[in-house]
Design a protein around this ligand. Structure first.
Ligand SMILES: [Fe+2]
Length: 227
């Protein structure tokens, strides 16, 4: 059903494979609208704690995925490897990574939702109780060989537990739900995570090169998707 967004007309399309809806702008003058909708503080984060960021300013919720991937997560977490950031002296950062594979079909379907032209890396990051990742910027340097526009999104694989948190800019994110998807400009907005709960926290982090469809999801969100 068409609807308007500013002066543009939107059409709701359905992806019959993934059963999700996204918006398509009918006419071509969309660049400014996309830019406006995707604008975070990424072009120049203020680093001023007296300026409190609000939700939606340093990260955005893109939608929610409904499905059952508990077995996939369990299987993948049997092969986790610990990783620390060696560049930071006395770093307390510790995260456990696991790659997806043929034995994680439901998680693979989640990756497909975002229509990347190329998935650069998709892995599970499990943060155990007591661990944290101190404030930092991501560096997509490993993938700088191409001119493609690359982004990173996060999918929460389990419901939030009290004591777990993320911080983007100076906004704390908590109380997330299983399947919730968030986007931030991880290269330009400082972020951190911590787990002061008694329960491990697992997310799926996907870094990929964006397509037109990915851009539409970023700009207009995707609502709720069942896999
Ligand atoms: Fe990061």
């Amino acid at each position: 059903m068409p609807r308007t967004c500013g002066t543009k007309t939107l059409v709701v399309l359905q992806d019959t494979v993934h059963k999700y809806f996204y918006m398509d702008l009918i006419n071509s003058a969309t660049d400014e609208e996309f830019k406006r909708r995707m604008q975070l503080y990424g072009d120049g984060y203020h680093y001023d704690n007296n300026v409190r960021d609000g939700h939606g300013e340093t990260f955005r919720v893109l939608g929610k995925i409904i499905g059952d991937w508990d077995i996939d997560l369990y299987v993948a977490n049997q092969r986790t490897i610990p990783a620390i950031w060696g560049s930071r002296e006395e770093s307390p950062d510790l995260i456990y990574w696991a790659k997806l594979g043929e034995d994680t079909p439901n998680l693979n379907r989640i990756v497909d939702i975002f229509k990347f032209t190329r998935v650069l890396v998709a892995n599970i990051q499990t943060q155990k109780p007591g661990a944290c990742v101190t404030r930092h910027l991501d560096d997509f340097a490993l993938f700088k060989e191409s001119e493609e526009k690359k982004i990173r999104i996060l999918v929460f694989l389990e419901n939030w537990e009290p004591g777990q948190s993320m911080c983007f800019g100076n906004t704390v994110l908590d109380y997330w739900e299983k399947g919730q998807v968030i986007y931030s400009d991880f290269e330009k907005i400082p972020h951190s995570t911590s787990n002061a709960s008694w329960v491990s926290r697992s997310i799926l982090a996907i870094t990929g090169a964006i397509s037109t469809e990915t851009l539409q999801i970023l700009a207009f969100n995707f609502g709720t998707v069942s896999i």
